[in-house]
Design a protein around this ligand. Structure first.
Ligand code: 3HC
Length: 308
């Protein structure tokens, strides 16, 4: 078999494509695009919750939030390492992010206005991540699928700690219950948008699914997330801000309203509430860390020089 046939056979048999295997250039480009943007999302995603670490209401909440934000940094590093196995350069990917030539998830462009947002991000945003990322454990590119296995285990802790925080607040004062409901009202629709545009407006899905990078379509995963979240909202005692939400016994799923796709387009193109702040923060972190990278590179070069 020639290279193309070997690649097609690997995909057809649900086997993994590994870094040393031949792959179509378009597959490599798609994998770098998706893995890099996933990594960018994890790193930018540290900002919204990171703002609350110094203002956590107790030492326990601070310790939990610290662990979660630290996990997100680790997820970003695994994913940048996976992108490097495809020949990408981490510094180049960071420049693409900062210069707006690569994307990160729209969800992180919304502000975190109260500590209840920390709980709702854990419950809804990390819950959406779990719906999206569990199938990616079976992604055809080996290093990506394997990175997802560890990431998904940590995401389930993220979702549980968020939901437990909300259960605690819902058992608290009326003001705390109002804070939770306000956060749910603000994060519900952006969480649905996390899954991407509707399938009939998703230019990458068909090819990504043919290559088994993506295992389900955007709308399928969005539906799974809604079906999972409605009973959890009922148990929590909050109302989801969608009057069209109702159980459809015929379909065996919840019917729900249409997200504002124009809002998603605006946020993806940089016009969300916090896009400029998120990129400015990432740019400053990159600039502030330049000396560390230069020192490490100089040290490595000197060590290599002494060995040769
Ligand atoms: N935010 C930003 N951009 C988005 C987006 C979103 N929510 N949804 C779609 N897009 C972009 C796509 O990147 C694509 O643009 P590009 O071609 O320039 O990359 C365009 O909109 C069209 O969308 P498609 O549906 O055709 O694109 P994909 O097939 O790539 O599907 C995706 C989009 C579902 C996000 C897919 O890329 C994916 O599953 N990525 C891996 C998971 C991921 O990145 N999750 C982001 C959240 S990270 C996270 O959850 C961290 C956790 O700790 C909270």
């Amino acid at each position: 078999m020639n290279d193309e046939q070997t690649f097609a056979d690997t995909i057809a048999k649900d086997q993994r494509v590994e870094p040393r295997d031949w792959m179509p250039e378009a597959y490599r480009r798609t994998m770098i695009r998706q893995v890099a943007q996933h990594a960018h999302s994890e790193i930018i995603g540290m900002q919204p919750e990171g703002e609350w670490i110094t203002r956590a209401p107790s030492l326990r909440r601070k310790a939990i939030l610290l662990a979660k934000v630290q996990d997100e940094a680790g997820h970003g590093l695994y994913l940048y390492s996976a992108a490097e196995t495809l020949g990408a350069d981490r510094g180049d990917l960071t420049r693409r992010l900062i210069e707006g030539r690569q994307k990160y998830s729209s969800i992180f462009n919304y502000p975190t206005l109260s500590f209840a947002d920390v709980g709702v991000i854990g419950w809804l945003v990390d819950g959406a991540a779990i719906c999206n990322q569990v199938p990616l454990c079976r992604s055809s590119y080996g290093p990506y699928g394997r990175a997802m296995i560890r990431i998904c285990k940590e995401e389930s802790f993220h979702q549980r700690q968020g939901y437990e925080l909300l259960m605690t607040m819902m058992g608290g004062t009326p003001a705390q219950r109002e804070m939770v409901q306000d956060a749910v009202d603000r994060w519900w629709w952006p969480s649905l948008m996390m899954f991407g545009p509707p399938d009939d407006q998703s230019p990458n899905s068909a090819q990504s699914m043919a290559w088994k990078i993506k295992r389900h379509s955007n709308d399928e995963l969005r539906q799974r997330f809604v079906d999972m979240s409605v009973p959890q909202a009922e148990a929590l005692g909050v109302t989801l801000p969608d009057p069209e939400l109702s159980w459809n016994a015929e379909r065996g799923h919840y019917d729900f309203g249409t997200p504002d796709w124009d809002e998603l387009k605006r946020v993806i193109s940089g016009d969300g509430p916090c896009n400029a702040q998120r990129i400015a923060h990432r740019r400053k972190a990159d600039e502030d860390g330049a000396w560390v990278r230069e020192a490490a590179a100089a040290h490595a070069a000197r060590k290599a020089g002494t060995r040769s």
